[in-house]
Design a protein around this ligand. Structure first.
Ligand SMILES: [Zn+2]
Length: 265
């Protein structure tokens, strides 16, 4: 069974851990080189890249290449803004602006969205309605706990691909990406994906380009949050991703949902 292979495509200085820090003080940029490394590693698979539209404008040729290589370009936002800071009006404006930027460059409709930090909660039902009305086919912005809460209430207006988690009830342990992929022993992640697949459930892997090129760690006076949250286990990230690619089947969210539709007919 195929699992979802996704990348949150952002510069290291875009993350929440870097907030308030004067990132213009550094010229260290890893997005281009780390993305080239990713494309090399994942060939011939297809993956979903959740992109920040402001960064897309700086890397037009690279985005065209990712799209032409058969990968899905989905949205991570116009900028790295968590859902708690959005009003419905501004969310709609930003989403439409970002969608247009990406579609003008690739010529391919954007159908997926992932909020920064998986920050979609049950308070943001309005955002799911906006995504649906703007032509999105799925959202991938929820923790498993929030997804279970929505499912219990039976009020999801759009297909959701939540972050993977393990454990029953309202406190599942997240796994499969980010700091969780880096700090858990690899055997745990492998076992949880195997268990999910054995029950007919796909897992979702998510990786950031800055986890595959940690040269930003050498930047002077990084905030402690960045060292703690982004730096922990970062040396292991590349090896973890390589092992996952060997141990499991993967595809982009768009391709997997398309396959499911064909099989439903
Ligand atoms: Zn992000």
């Amino acid at each position: 069974m195929k699992n979802y292979l996704t990348f949150d495509w952002e510069e290291w200085s875009d993350t929440a851990s870097m907030e308030g820090w004067n990132s213009s003080a550094t010229s260290v940029k890893i997005l281009q080189s780390a993305t080239e490394r990713i494309l090399e590693m994942i060939r011939p698979l297809s993956a979903t890249f959740f992109v920040l539209a402001t960064r897309v404008k700086e890397h037009v040729a690279l985005i065209r290449r990712i799209s032409k290589d058969g990968h899905e370009i989905a949205l991570h936002g116009l900028e790295h803004v968590p859902m708690s800071r959005y009003s419905p009006v501004r969310f709609r404006e930003d989403i439409l602006t970002a969608k247009n930027i990406v579609e003008d460059i690739t010529g391919v409709p954007v159908i997926g969205f992932r909020a920064p930090n998986f920050s979609m909660t049950v308070q943001h039902r309005w955002a799911l309605d906006i995504l649906f009305s703007c032509g999105f086919k799925y959202d991938s912005s929820m923790s498993l706990r929030v997804f279970r809460d929505y499912s219990r209430r039976g009020c999801l207006p759009i297909r959701e691909v939540p972050r993977s988690g393990v454990g029953p009830g309202m406190l599942p342990l997240p796994f499969g990406g980010g700091v969780f992929l880096r700090i858990y022993p690899y055997a745990w992640t492998r076992s949880w994906i195997r268990q999910a697949n054995a029950c007919g459930e796909r897992s979702m892997v998510y990786v950031h380009p800055w986890e595959l090129d940690a040269s930003w760690m050498k930047v002077h006076r990084l905030p402690w949050r960045a060292r703690a949250l982004m730096g922990s286990g970062v040396a292991a990230a590349k090896e973890r991703l390589s092992r996952l690619l060997k141990d499991f089947l993967f595809g982009s969210i768009r391709d997997i949902l398309d396959d499911e539709k064909v099989n439903d007919r």
